[in-house]
Design a protein around this ligand. Structure first.
Ligand SMILES: [Cu+2]
Length: 94
């Protein structure tokens, strides 16, 4: 009985810790990415950024090149994100 309660209690603590992690302040950055011409380019940029650890969300507008990234700066830097975009053959500015 005590063990079951103990396990349940640990589980609740674990869930609370996870929730706290998710609520950590997120940075937002907007880059202008040049060289995108179609939906495949848009997807390539979005995918390469999303794969980086610490990147939470990516919005890419292929027409304007405007790329908005929500990220945790303790995991990923602006420079790293720009390098990842460049490695796909596009030119990030900003
Ligand atoms: Cu394309």
């Amino acid at each position: 009985m005590w063990n079951t309660l103990h396990i349940a209690f640990r589980f609740i603590l674990y869930k609370q810790e996870k929730r706290k992690e998710r609520e950590e302040p997120t940075m937002q950055l907007t880059l202008e990415v040049n060289g995108m011409t179609c939906s495949h380019c848009e997807k390539a940029v979005k995918d390469v950024l999303t794969k980086l650890e610490g990147v939470h969300a990516v919005e890419v507008d292929v027409d304007s090149g405007k790329t908005t990234i929500a990220y945790d700066e303790s995991y990923v830097s602006k420079e790293l994100m720009k390098e990842a975009i460049e490695a796909q053959g596009y030119k990030p500015v900003g």
